[in-house]
Design a protein. Structure first.
Length: 167
């Protein structure tokens, strides 16, 4: 997916994540209809991808897969179906000296080294956010400031949310 413009109150990740969830469920149904075992699987996909040479870790700690940047949503399906091809990606480490994500981070979670406890995204799964998160939060849910700042994610510009999000 491509990020929404900075003034958009809903991060693009959430509709993309919802679409990926339902696409994975559909894929499971289609694989099962062919007579194979299939189910959605919960595995640490970022760690799996990095361990298998798929993508790179950005300075913000997010998985980046060329040519999509870190604007990706991954779903896992466990199956005994034979897959037609192996995934390979080009490696594109962060440019030397690039600090765009660190400069954009409203909490300093990427300054020097990553500090997950300072990342607002960590707190988005909980009903109650700490006061410091509410004070720095610029959007309804989540934070994508590092994603919007990354040159790998915005080389094609921003996308606009669909009308269903504006209703």
């Amino acid at each position: 997916y491509r990020p929404y413009p900075p003034e958009e109150p809903i991060p693009a990740y959430y509709p993309a994540s919802n679409a990926a969830y339902f696409a994975a469920k559909q894929a499971v149904s289609e694989i099962q209809a062919l007579g194979f075992y299939a189910e959605k699987a919960k595995i640490p996909l970022r760690a799996f991808a990095l361990a298998n040479g798929i993508g790179d870790m950005g300075k913000n700690g997010l998985l980046r897969i060329h040519p999509y940047g870190s604007c990706i949503v991954l779903e896992a399906i466990a199956t005994d179906a034979v897959l037609p091809e192996t995934v390979t990606t080009a490696h594109t480490p962060c440019p030397k000296g690039c600090t765009a994500c660190a400069e954009a981070c409203p909490t300093g979670a990427i300054a020097g080294s990553r500090d997950a406890e300072k990342c607002m995204r960590l707190y988005m799964e909980n009903a109650l956010h700490p006061e410091w998160v509410r004070e720095k939060q610029r959007h309804y849910i989540g934070c994508e400031e590092c994603i919007r700042a990354c040159p790998f994610n915005t080389e094609d510009g921003y996308s606009e949310p669909g009308d269903e999000l504006r209703a």
